[in-house]
Design a protein around this ligand. Structure first.
Ligand code: FAD
Ligand code: DLZ
Ligand code: SF4
Length: 508
């Protein structure tokens, strides 16, 4: 009997488990642009356009390859508006009773599919190095989950950057050689830009009409929307940026949004690239002597280590994960996250490039926008919805552990052993933002004091009970205690006043 084969917008991989398990001559592939997926958060228009264009091209490829594909466009009058709705509609038309599904990347959708009156055969998504079961085995019995140990096991299991049973070059991790600030360089290549073809142009018109009011610029649209383009983008990165990736991984520059980053996460997460081929390309470049070990290892760690660890945590922790709020933060997300004016130059740049490109690199997400939200005590759920909406690479399985866990400590320490918070000094060291800012990064108090400086101490003070005993934070509490008492009072009073202005919607 005919089966339906669901292919979601982030499952655009020809070797997808559900396709492998199906029979080309008998089964029907179902793909659908639906209002529910496009509107569960106000996605950046570039993200929607990227996915719809990539979905249409992937469907066309499957058809060329001999598959029967039922593809529903967003503006199709018969569109039921949801993935379960589309499956039920096609099940009825085909007389199908079973659906082959590759495990979706969000609990929300997993639960919606489970509730359907069809038999759903859910298959492991084997596009990852580590299955949910493998991760659960690794996690079992551990008091805490630390990425570094998981990563070493993944290195041993995959043989990536291994010399026998030893890590290549003698060390597992070369971060000691990394984390340097960058200087302006007119010769940095930046990511490959692609000119929209007819399919993409058609999608751009649709997205403009339906989602033009969402936060984010649709034009210029420059992302690749098929596997060929994604492969070119990867090759371009390996050649031009990977050699310096490690050294400048944490740097931020006003004049360069991309620095030496790969800008491949939208492609990887939608399935246009596999993590295996990306890691193999980086390893090959190192073996050929074109890339130093600190860069090859740093890059492979992001994918083989962090990306897999983050996914493991999402599925291990369960559906309530995104709602956690361990620090009981209750402030509303400030309007500056949606582009309202701010005098903070770092925030203005991080949000500005998020608006134009649906992209900010890791340190901008973690140590600028994430750091500020945590210091200001913003509701983690709202922070999570913001990240899920505004980045072209955002799906809950990868976004939530990064936001709720790594960036907001709202999971109480599952992803990180301590909160990622800093004063302005860190941003000043890693960027050129502060020199052009209204605020003065060296001022700890006063009208022009950097908000990160004031809020940093406020955060540490209000969560003293929780963090004081953490050995990695004890030094900060000692510094605070050594400060003159009157100065401490001034810092806290000014921080309170700043938070009140923030809550009142005043420009900070
Ligand atoms: P590079 O810096 O060039 O890194 C290479 C690749 O490593 C990335 O493409 C990505 O696939 C992987 N990677 C690196 N760090 C991580 C990480 N922490 N978790 C998972 N994969 C990682 N990444 C997403 O893919 N989707 C998200 O929704 C997302 N949300 C985030 C939210 C917050 C608050 C933070 C702090 C980080 C988030 N990240 C997310 C991780 C990281 O910021 C992005 O993967 C990275 O910026 C993508 O850009 P790039 O391709 O240029 O990455
Ligand atoms: C993100 C997204 C958007 C905007 N639209 C669609 C869509 O119309 N159809 C679809 O199949 N997938 C879409 N997606 C991706 C899904 O939201 C994603 O598959 C789930 O969140 C699981 O990761
Ligand atoms: Fe950001 Fe403070 Fe530097 Fe301004 S001074 S750019 S607010 S860190």
């Amino acid at each position: 009997m005919v089966k339906l084969v669901l292919v979601l917008g982030d499952q655009l991989t020809e070797t997808l488990a559900a396709l492998q398990a199906a029979e080309k001559s008998r089964d029907l592939v179902v793909m659908a642009e639906v209002a529910d997926e496009a509107a569960y958060v106000p996605h950046h228009p570039k993200k929607i356009a990227f996915l719809f264009a990539a979905m249409r091209k992937f469907a066309a490829r499957l058809e060329e390859d001999g598959w029967r594909v039922a593809y529903t466009r967003l503006d199709d009058p018969q569109n039921t508006g949801s993935i379960p709705g589309e499956l039920l509609r096609h099940a009825q038309a085909e007389g199908a009773k079973r659906v082959l599904v590759t495990q979706p990347g969000e609990w929300r959708l997993i639960q919606a599919l489970d509730d359907m009156p069809l038999q759903v055969d859910t298959l492991n998504d084997d596009r990852f190095f580590c299955s949910g079961r493998r991760f659960a085995d690794w996690a079992k019995g551990r008091k805490s989950l630390r990425m570094e140990y998981f990563y070493r096991e993944m290195r041993r299991e995959t043989g990536l950057l291994m010399e026998g049973d030893k890590p290549a070059g003698g060390k597992w991790n070369y971060d000691h050689d990394n984390r340097k600030p960058a200087r302006d360089d007119l010769f940095r290549e930046g990511p490959l830009h692609f000119t929209p073809d007819a399919t993409t142009e058609e999608v751009l018109k649709l997205v403009e009409a339906r989602f033009g009011d969402n936060f984010g610029d649709l034009h210029p649209f420059w992302l690749a929307t098929d596997r060929k383009g994604a492969r070119q983008a990867l090759a371009h990165f390996i050649r031009h940026a990977l050699p310096q990736f490690g050294t400048y991984q944490d740097a931020m520059l006003q004049g360069d949004k991309f620095l030496y980053h790969a800008i491949i996460s939208p492609y990887l997460n939608a399935g246009l690239l596999t993590p295996q081929e990306v890691c193999a390309a980086a390893e090959d470049a190192w073996k050929a002597g074109r890339v130093p070990i600190n860069s090859a290892e740093g890059f492979i760690r992001q994918i083989l280590g962090w990306r897999e660890f983050i996914r493991g945590v999402y599925f291990l922790e369960g559906p309530d994960y995104s709602r956690r709020n361990a620090l009981n933060h209750q402030r509303k997300l400030p309007a500056m996250y949606w582009g309202a004016k701010t005098r903070m130059n770092c925030m203005s740049h991080a949000v500005g490039q998020t608006r134009t490109d649906a992209y900010a690199h890791h340190i901008q997400r973690l140590m600028v926008t994430g750091n500020f939200a945590q210091l200001a005590g913003v509701r983690p759920w709202e922070v999570h919805e913001w990240y899920l909406a505004v980045y072209a690479d955002a799906y809950e399985w990868v976004e939530a552990p990064n936001t709720i866990g790594m960036s907001q400590f709202a999971d109480g320490g599952v992803v990180g052993s301590k909160p990622y918070v800093s004063s302005g000094a860190y941003i000043d060291r890693m960027s050129d933002y502060c020199g052009a800012c209204h605020y003065r990064v060296k001022d700890k108090t006063g009208e022009r004091a950097c908000p990160f400086n004031l809020l940093y101490w406020h955060f540490l003070t209000r969560h003293r009970d929780r963090f004081e005993a953490n050995p990695r934070m004890a030094q900060m509490y000692r510094s605070w205690d050594r400060m003159d008492a009157t100065r401490r009072e001034t810092v806290l009073a000014e921080a309170e006043a700043l938070l009140t202005r923030l809550s009142d919607g005043q420009v900070i």
